[in-house]
Design a protein around this ligand. Structure first.
Ligand code: MEV
Length: 437
């Protein structure tokens, strides 16, 4: 792109494709063909996807896969995952199978509280502001009656509004810190609508409050927005078994259990390790979040903030050996929805939810936590025994063969050849060349 473009969003889809192909790519014809090759054959489905966002040119595929055999609280689940990383689904499936014969996963939702804030500046007497807030609190809630009516009918709504004085951080800065129960909805629209109404009512009431000076009456709203930090919207997932049941090929159960606990301790002690450790957890979490049409950016932001809640970035999983029992568990915040958003629009999201037996948001929280825990168990199990590369490169073999232009016959031969050999870029290249000659 050499110059700015005017009115791009108003161009027709084909014109946008034409523009991008001609202005930003070396081979415009090839670009146009590529973008169109990824269109859905069903024009209605394509239109649906086009309308999710602005300026859609095509679709960006991710594999949609299943990790079967998860036993969660005594029930079987096949977990849908959308992810590009070669080893993630295989690792999840392996962990599911491992725990299947050891009692499976146990989960529990510890809280479902969502958060939103109105940030405002009040330069004046803080005590007067507190009195004012107590007097108008009911009016704030009443003013959202139209918005909250249907949510309240279903058992949700606003659970609390609190005035927080943040003047130590920024001169005049205060908040309405509000909490919500949004049931099966992620609740972003509900929360943001309530907050914007709170802000409006707050300003109107301040203007009319007889005990405020003119400056105090001019309370300044900065912004109203939900928070993706939800430390009271928490789910716990756990596996446990007697240490002697942790039989591994090359390690004694005791040593394996000890190494797993050490691996978690290291992630608790060192942020460099903790970030990678948690990244492995997010491999499982994000894959289910994406497959079920939830907002992975919100989940990522909230979970990493939670990982740092005690002042230093730390592990999201925990492990212990007590009285001969190995226990491994996760605790993460997850503000999820199983209604609204993409959940009723994206055909594959609908299918993913159907495969999970149309869970409530609370049930989905538990499934996602299990996916994260399973992923971490699988990663630590490899790291503390064979090393990660063995399994990782095996799964990556197909990508390497595809990059090297191997035929289907060549792929079959080489996958077989590498069954008990080490996969590296060079070894695959060499093996393919040898096979060809
Ligand atoms: C790779 O995607 C994830 C791991 O690095 C996680 C970990 O180190 O725990 C294997």
């Amino acid at each position: 792109m050499k110059a700015p473009v005017e009115g791009f969003s108003r161009l027709a889809k084909n014109e946008k494709i034409e523009w991008i192909a001609n202005n930003c790519t070396k081979d415009p014809e090839q670009t146009k063909q590529l973008l169109k090759r990824y269109w859905n054959q069903d024009a209605k489905v394509q239109k649906l996807h086009d309308e999710f966002i602005e300026n859609t040119l095509s679709n960006y595929y991710l594999p949609f896969a299943i990790a079967p055999n998860f036993l969660i609280n005594g029930e079987f689940f096949a977990i849908p995952m959308a992810i590009e990383e070669s080893s993630v689904v295989a690792a999840a499936s392996k962990a599911a199978k491992f725990w299947l014969s050891r009692g499976g996963f146990k989960t529990q939702v510890l809280g479902t509280e969502k958060v939103g804030q109105v940030h405002f500046i009040f330069r004046g007497d803080s005590e007067k502001l507190e009195r004012f807030f107590e007097e108008i609190k009911e009016d704030l809630i009443k003013s959202t009656a139209d918005i909250t009516e249907s949510m309240e009918r279903r058992g949700g709504g606003i659970t609390a509004i609190e005035l927080r004085n943040k003047t130590e951080n920024i001169s005049g800065y205060h908040q309405l810190h509000c909490t919500f129960e949004t049931l099966d909805a992620m609740g972003a629209n509900f929360i943001n609508s309530c907050l914007e109404q709170f802000a409006k009512t707050l300003r109107e009431k301040a203007k009319a409050y007889p005990h405020f000076s003119d400056e105090e009456k001019d309370l300044e709203i900065v912004m109203s927005i939900l928070s993706n930090y939800v430390p009271n919207c928490i789910v716990k997932g756990e596996v446990s078994c007697p240490v002697e049941e942790l039989n591994e090929d090359d390690l004694s159960p005791e040593l394996f259990a000890k190494k797993m606990v050490q691996a978690v301790q290291i992630a608790k002690a060192d942020p460099f390790r903790a970030v990678t450790h948690n990244k492995g957890i997010m491999n499982g979490v994000d894959a289910v979040i994406l497959a079920t049409g939830n907002d992975f950016r919100a989940i990522e932001a909230g979970i990493h903030a939670y990982a740092a809640k005690d002042g230093s970035y730390s592990s999201l999983t925990h492990a212990s050996i007590e009285d001969g029992v190995f226990t491994f568990w996760i605790e993460i915040p997850l503000a999820l929805g199983t209604v609204g958003g993409l959940t009723s629009l994206h055909p594959l999201v609908k299918l993913a939810l159907e495969i999970l037996r149309n869970p409530t948001a609370k049930e989905l929280m538990q499934i996602v936590a299990v996916a994260g825990l399973a992923q971490n168990f699988a990663a630590l199990r490899s790291l503390t025994t064979t090393g990660i590369q063995k399994g990782h490169m095996k799964m990556h073999l197909m990508n390497l063969l595809n990059q090297m232009g191997a035929t289907e016959d060549e792929k079959t031969t080489l996958v077989n050849y590498f069954k008990d050999r080490t996969v590296t870029n060079a070894s695959v290249k060499e093996a393919l060349e040898n096979h060809r000659s």
